[in-house]
Write a protein that binds this ligand. Structure first.
Ligand code: F6P
Length: 345
């Protein structure tokens, strides 16, 4: 059986362990793998690379993806060439199946190829945003949130020395998982999420209370997609899947300015950006990546196409790709209500 493999969308730590798990298990099933470079672009343009034991043997500790990635969307409105090109590549390469490792966008394309064109596709969920439905966690999130926590810890050291407020802006799109987990773990004094309506007065009241009782510095962690309408001005750049480029909202910069004015205190902001997506995967992401990769190989063997390997509790199970798509997994209000007790004091 010839199995194509691609990684699409924003990269994240854990992709290489997942590719390794998939290939190593697939070899047990007698599969031959074909690596497709740069996500769906690899299928459109037939960008092929060998993918064998030698290639994956030593990649468990490597960040990024050995296959490369892109946000190419063959189903992008107005492009009538890309889908037929993908189908031609599939035939030319004599693929029997394809495993797509990605988030909502990449898996959405996989689902369309399965539904509309009958391709034998299996999905592996990844995203540092942790916003994919039907799986409890996606690999990439644990590493990214830990990097954000470490950055916050470092910023607190310097904020303390200079008696400043420091605002850390983190990624996460329309889900606040990275901001919430990193903020809680770093003891943030306020956290701004996309899921929680932003109340500037409430934030200032909490910060002022802390200063009034003797604190001389503060840490605010803000998600790039935080629900702060004042930052939603002007034309928004969108990617190939129609998603707004949220870093352009400059949430961190806005908060720095407003906090300075309201509290009459020195403030700085830091945009952590792609630092969160690089570096070696954490222990959790290495093991989760490995497990979902192994499961994907088993799904191909069992002809369970249109499915995705998902973490449910401690088990890795098969779920319909459709279940993972459509709605994002965002921070539930009850989790925020539980954790706000350690923020608003
Ligand atoms: O979806 C992953 C993610 O890192 C988001 O958190 C972020 O908004 C986006 O990708 C950034 O994309 P790019 O790498 O294209 O700048």
């Amino acid at each position: 059986m010839r199995v194509g493999v691609l990684t699409g969308g924003g990269d994240c730590p854990g992709l290489n362990p997942a590719i390794r798990g998939l290939v190593m298990r697939g070899l047990d099933h007698g599969f031959e793998f074909v690596g497709l470079e740069l996500g769906w672009k690899g299928l459109v343009e037939e960008l092929v690379t060998p993918l064998d034991l030698h290639r994956v043997d030593e990649i468990i500790r490597q960040g990024g993806t050995i296959l490369g990635s892109s946000r190419t969307n063959p189903f992008k409105a107005g492009d009538n060439e890309a889908v037929p090109a993908c189908l031609r590549t599939w035939r030319r390469l004599e693929l029997d199946a394809l495993v797509a490792l990605g988030g909502e966008d990449t898996l959405g394309v996989a689902h369309k190829f399965h539904q509309r064109h009958g391709l034998s596709v299996v999905g592996v969920p990844k995203t540092m945003d942790n916003d994919l439905n039907a799986t409890d966690y996606t690999f990439g999130f644990d590493t990214a949130a830990a990097v954000a926590m470490e950055a916050a810890d470092r910023l607190v050291d310097t904020a303390k020395s200079h008696r400043r407020v420091v605002v850390l802006e983190v990624m996460g799109r329309h889900a606040g998982w990275v901001a919430l987990y990193a903020g809680i773990a770093a003891g943030a004094d306020w956290i701004c999420l996309p899921e929680v309506p932003f109340d500037f007065d409430e934030m200032v009241t909490v910060l002022r209370r802390k200063f009034d009782r003797g604190r001389q510095w503060a840490l605010v962690v803000a998600s790039e997609g935080a629900e702060i309408h004042a930052t939603d001005t002007g034309d928004v750049k969108v990617d190939n899947f129609g998603h707004a480029v949220l870093a352009e909202r400059k949430v961190g910069e806005f908060l720095e300015q407003e906090i300075k004015k309201a509290l009459n205190i020195e403030a700085r902001h830091v945009v952590l950006g792609h630092v969160q997506r690089g570096g070696p995967p954490s222990l959790f992401d290495r093991v989760l990546g490995t497990r979902v990769g192994i499961k994907a190989a088993d799904l191909v063997r069992d002809a369970q196409f249109g499915k995705m390997a998902a973490l449910r509790g401690t088990e890795v199970v098969a779920v319909d790709l459709a279940e993972a798509l459509g709605e994002l997994k965002t921070v539930p209000p009850e989790l925020w209500r539980e954790l706000v007790a350690v923020i608003n004091k």
